[in-house]
Design a protein around this ligand. Structure first.
Ligand SMILES: [Zn+2]
Length: 573
């Protein structure tokens, strides 16, 4: 336990010290143990994702450590502790391990290929007991102990991962707040400055204008000899704000990761100052108020706004003056500085000069007017004739004119340029369909290319309802075709003595795979399902077979209940 002496150090968050001297030292600083944890891997750490990085509806709650495009690299316990949670899921973190440490932190290891043998045995027992690949258990503290530096798992690509990597988090065990893992002394080579891609001006008050525009407008800027960027002088009037698109690159990879800290100064005073030291899961969806969601819906680009809108409840701000908004008066000049930093303190700086000028409007407000105006604070109910939409109060951040359309069985709820913070419901009247048809029907969401995907459909007599946070187009779709199942690595009546795995391909054409189950000689066996490759895998180590001739039966059911069964026999001794 000697190596467990926790040395607390004041974290080395020296904020923009060059520019600000020590005016804000001490604010928001917490203590993090810098020497308590070792690295979760013994390869040089290269990040495919940083803490706080802007993701879909959330901030990234850990770092993504690249695993050299390989699976199976050992993952180590960063300190002594006890496994407090093991989860296996088709989506999200896939196979994930949570280890609580005596110093009050919990480390999290996600997208694992498999666990170390003792943990693997522990969770397999649970899977066979529950007859399910997807499981979640919370062992008692001390039941499954781990030692600092011992292998606890192997890196993989399970769950919502698009390439082999370790998703690694350090949370406070009590509050479960994720904290930036780099605060604990993990070494990442980074001498590369963040990159600024685009700058935007926002007219915010009723009569505000930025460069004669009442809509968001992109600003031109150029690199100066000293490396800073200088924007063309902005002529503006009224309450305005700014936003940027940027990313951070570290030294050893080309990945465009999230930046660590952002500051906006107006005439030398801090107006905006936020960073990604920590946040809470309860606030993470308010990311949609930090980014310009309209732009995100249109171009999938995330602008970080330097001003705070009223419904933004994020706790990431260290300083905010006038919510980061600038009151521009006629005849006055302003100097805005934007500072974007990575964790190592590498910095990019942009200067935006502003002249207070009331010039005629050239670009009007980009606002669509419809007959339905949503008051965000109130519940809103719309009957579209054959379909209903219900938005509970505070589904949206702002009031807006909502565009609702219905055409036969297709309902369009505005477009994807508005974020919904809460679930709303869409209800279809299916009384025109027969019982048989209703069984095979489901609510499908259509993407921008009109490809349908299954939306969880609650069927109650003559109405089908779905709950969603995605605005866009929904329709009734009918799935009449059962899933397909075929073997990938074996044939009927084959001897499989040297085989370690059985591999089965499963797919469904429309509503998608819902459940799957397999038996060997009539007994349930575990199939690991990887939806990304449509593969079920059985591991021969799981069960000792007591007969030479084995019968395998696999049944797969889709989301409307169409089901197929595949059977095969093989030999093994
Ligand atoms: Zn991740």
């Amino acid at each position: 336990m000697a190596n467990f002496a926790v040395v607390f150090k004041i974290m080395r968050k020296v904020f923009f010290s060059l520019l600000l001297c020590c005016s804000i030292a001490g604010i928001g600083q917490e203590q993090y143990p810098e020497d308590a944890f070792r690295s979760p891997m013994d390869i040089p750490l290269v990040l495919a994702g940083t803490f706080g990085e802007l993701r879909s509806n959330h901030f990234h709650s850990g770092v993504d450590i690249k695993t050299q495009q390989r699976q199976g690299l050992p993952i180590y316990a960063i300190a002594n502790g006890s496994v407090t949670r093991i989860k296996i899921s088709h989506w999200g973190y896939g196979k994930v391990l949570y280890v609580a440490h005596p110093n009050g932190y919990t480390s999290v290891y996600g997208h694992l290929q498999k666990f170390a043998p003792e943990i693997e045995a522990y969770i397999k027992k649970e899977q066979y007991k529950k007859k399910s690949y997807e499981v979640e258990v919370f062992p008692e503290y001390g039941e499954v102990k781990v030692e600092k530096g011992k292998v606890i798992a192997y890196g993989g690509n399970t769950g919502g991962s698009s390439g082999p990597h370790l998703h690694f988090e350090i949370r406070s065990s009590i509050s479960e707040k994720p904290t930036n893992p780099l605060l604990y002394g993990l070494e990442i080579r980074d001498a590369t400055n963040p990159t600024l891609l685009k700058l935007f001006g926002y007219p915010l008050s009723e009569n505000a204008k930025v460069n004669q525009s009442k809509s968001t407008i992109e600003l031109d800027f150029k690199k100066q000899a000293d490396g800073t960027f200088l924007a063309e002088t902005v002529n503006a009037i009224g309450t305005i704000g700014f936003g940027f698109i940027g990313y951070d690159r570290q030294d050893l990879a080309a990945n465009k990761n999230g930046v660590y800290a952002v500051q906006q100064l107006v005439n030398g005073r801090i107006y905006t100052d936020y960073d990604f030291e920590s946040f809470s899961f309860t606030e993470t969806r308010y990311l949609n108020t930090l980014i310009d969601y309209d732009r995100y819906g249109k171009y999938r680009q995330r602008i970080q706004k330097l001003f705070k809108v009223p419904r933004n409840r994020l706790s990431i701000y260290n300083t905010l003056k006038n919510d980061g908004k600038i009151e521009v008066r006629e005849g006055l000049s302003y100097n805005v500085e934007l500072l974007i930093k990575d964790y190592e303190g590498n910095l990019v700086k942009a200067v935006i000069p502003i002249e207070g000028k009331n010039e005629p409007v050239k670009v009007e407000k980009d606002e669509m007017k419809t007959e339905n105006y949503v008051i965000a604070k109130k519940p809103n109910n719309y009957d579209l004739g054959g379909a209903k939409v219900y938005f509970p109060s505070n589904t949206f951040y702002d009031d807006f004119y909502i565009d609702l359309k219905k055409d036969n069985d297709t309902v369009t709820i505005h477009n994807n340029r508005i974020a919904a913070h809460r679930n709303f419901t869409i209800t279809f009247d299916v009384s025109d369909y027969s019982e048989v048809e209703r069984k095979q029907l489901f609510i499908a969401r259509l993407d921008s290319r009109l490809r349908p995907s299954h939306a969880s459909t609650y069927k109650r007599g003559e109405t089908f309802t779905t709950r969603t946070r995605n605005l866009g187009t929904y329709t009734l779709a009918r799935d009449t075709i059962a899933p397909r199942i075929r073997s990938k690595n074996f044939k009927k009546k084959q001897w499989l003595n040297n085989y370690r795995y059985l591999s089965i391909h499963i797919s469904d054409d429309l509503s998608g795979v819902d459940t799957y189950t397999a038996t060997l000689n009539g007994k349930w066996v575990l199939m690991e399902y990887e939806p990304k490759t449509n593969t079920l895998t059985y591991n021969f180590d799981d069960v000792i077979l007591d007969q030479k001739e084995c019968e395998l039966e696999v049944t797969v059911t889709d989301n409307v209940g169409n089901s197929s069964t595949f059977t095969s026999t093989f030999f093994r001794k």
